[in-house]
Structures are given as structure tokens and as C-alpha cells.
Ligand binder design. Structure first.
Ligand SMILES: [Zn+2]
Length: 308
């Protein structure tokens, strides 16, 4: 079983869940602890729940001490492990946006089939989420604050990437967990990539980015994948990139480019980030597959705006 845990800030650990062989630096999760209490921020998929649990144990955190499970949104690479982890942590509650609650309780209702339809083979890699008991869900309310020891976790609604997306600011320290609301940031390559799967809401995403910038975080902790101490720079870069990708996708739609490899090539000639990603990422990697899923949201945005 392969994963890694690193302490990034005092009381804040980053777990690389390594969803498959060779697939490191792709899906991360965070553990925060203070005063005998702990929380997991992002949980990873169901298939790596055991790794998350091992990481918590490795830090010497008792199962009774885990108070909250805080996935930023329902997508199964973020919240898929919720049901499995709740079984391990008898005192824990899981946070969910009201829109996500019925799907967490009953993944068979629509979540699993939708995940299979959208993600294809990646859904099998992530695994089918276990149901979450209704009484263990804390339903999100705007401006809510959760306490873990002396830490405060302020939760903000940040739709766009998904209608059930929340971002979490940890204080003291102004450490922001933007989930997928600020794109992917890969420190190793120093690139930023939008995450815009269908149904993506372009204007809502811009509003959410503005909201996150206005919170003035000191550090951003990206689930995909890592930390930066220049959050404003990368969130502003993400905003510019969303605008530029929308223009590029207008051309892609006009030219009727539909094959993902062709779209990657077209983007790579116009965006240095994608060029670097294609040079460095393993072809066929889950990361590239996830990136390709983003195309649909921008294609829909362009078509909707054209009235088509
Ligand atoms: Zn997502």
C-alpha cells in the first residue's frame, strides 16, 4: 500500500493518496489536528479510504479524536471515502452541501451511475462510495465555522465547478482549501489548469474565485495537488486562464475539433501550462483523463452563450 504523509504547516498534514501505481501527486487529502481533536479536509475516493485511515493512525491520532470529515464537494475523488471513514471514526460527522446530502445518503440514487457515465474507467479506479447515515451529516450553511481544538474552519459556498462546492479557510494562519474551485495547481511543474467538467457554471466560478481572492488567504492547499504561498497570484492566473480557455474553446467549437488528443494539441499551442503538462505527464494517466473531462464544461459554456 503506497501513500505518503508530510507535515506542511504545524498541525497540518498533506496525504498523497496515490490512487494507482505511478499515479502520485494527483489526489491529495489533508489532516488537521489541535488540542486532541482532528479533522480530515478532503477524503479522497472510496478506493483509498484505507490509506487515509492509515495516515491518520500514523500521526498517532486516535479514532475517537476524529471530529469532522470535510470534503469540499460530492465528486467521488473528494468525498468518495466518507461512508467508509465514518465507520472507522465513531465520533465523526461529515459536512455536505444540501444538494449533496441525498446523494451521500444513497449513492445508488444517481451519484454512482453519474460518476460511471462521466468518468468511465476512472470511476472504477475511484471505487463506489459507501452510503453515509443521514444522522452523521452536518448540512452546510453559509458562513458556518467548525472548531477543531483551537483551530477554526470557516466554510464558504463556492459553486461553479459544482453546485455543491464549498471551500474551507483554516484560522489562524489563513490557510485556504479551495477544493476544485481554483483549478489544479501543480507546484512541481508550476502550472495551473482549469477543472471544468460538465455541468460547469462559468459565471458562478468567476464569482467564487473573486470570493476566495477576497478572503486573502496566506497559503492555498490544492487537492490536485499541493501548497502555494502565492495564492492570489495563482487564483488571478486561474481567472485569466478561464477567460483565455473560453476564447480558445470558441475556436475549438467553431472548427469542430472533437477528439480529445486534437483538443490537447490545439490547447498546447496556445497555453504554456498545457504544453508543459503534455511534456511531463504520462500519457494515459488519470491526471490527463481528468483534464480532458474539463473540456466538456467549456464546450457547453461556449455553445450556451452562442444560443446553441
Ligand atoms: Zn470535482
Amino acid at each position: 500500500m503506497s501513500y505518503s504523509v508530510t507535515e506542511e504547516l504545524p498541525g497540518v498534514w498533506f496525504v498523497d493518496l496515490r490512487v494507482s501505481e505511478g499515479e502520485n501527486a494527483f489526489i491529495g487529502a489533508f489532516i488537521v489536528a489541535s488540542g486532541g481533536e482532528a479533522a480530515c479536509v478532503e477524503l479522497g475516493p472510496a478506493s483509498t479510504a484505507h490509506k487515509m485511515a492509515c495516515a491518520v493512525e500514523e500521526l498517532g491520532i486516535d479514532t475517537e479524536q476524529v471530529k469532522y470529515l470535510l470534503p469540499t464537494h460530492l465528486h467521488i475523488d473528494h468525498a468518495g471515502a466518507a461512508g467508509s471513514l465514518l465507520k472507522k471514526y465513531p465520533q465523526a460527522s461529515v459536512l455536505a452541501h444540501p444538494r449533496a446530502v441525498p446523494h451521500m445518503i444513497d449513492p445508488d440514487r444517481a451519484l454512482w451511475q453519474a460518476s460511471v457515465d462521466v468518468l468511465g474507467p476512472l470511476a472504477e479506479l475511484y471505487g463506489k462510495p459507501e452510503p453515509v447515515p443521514a444522522e452523521r451529516i452536518i448540512t452546510f450553511e453559509e458562513g458556518m465555522t467548525l472548531e477543531v481544538g483551537r483551530l477554526k474552519l470557516n466554510v464558504h459556498y463556492t459553486p461553479g465547478h459544482a453546485s455543491h462546492h464549498m471551500s474551507i479557510m483554516l484560522e489562524p494562519g489563513a490557510l485556504l482549501f479551495p477544493g476544485d474551485a481554483a483549478g489544479c495547481y501543480l507546484p512541481g511543474l508550476d502550472i495551473i489548469i482549469p477543472i471544468t467538467p460538465s455541468p460547469f457554471r462559468f459565471e458562478a466560478e468567476l464569482d467564487s474565485l473573486e470570493k476566495l481572492i477576497s478572503l486573502e488567504p496566506r497559503t492555498n492547499a490544492y487537492t490536485h495537488f499541493g501548497f502555494t504561498t502565492q495564492p492570489r497570484h495563482y487564483m488571478e492566473a486561474q481567472r485569466e486562464q478561464l477567460f483565455s480557455w473560453k476564447e480558445i474553446f470558441k475556436e475549438i467549437v467553431a472548427k469542430d475539433i472533437i477528439n480529445n488528443n486534437d483538443i490537447f494539441s490545439y490547447l498546447a499551442e496556445r497555453d504554456e501550462n498545457i504544453k508543459k503538462l503534455l511534456e511531463e505527464a504520462q500519457m494515459g494517466s488519470a491526471f490527463l483523463k481528468e483534464t480532458a473531462l474539463s473540456f466538456s464544461g467549456l464546450i457547453d459554456t461556449v455553445k450556451d452563450e452562442a444560443g446553441g
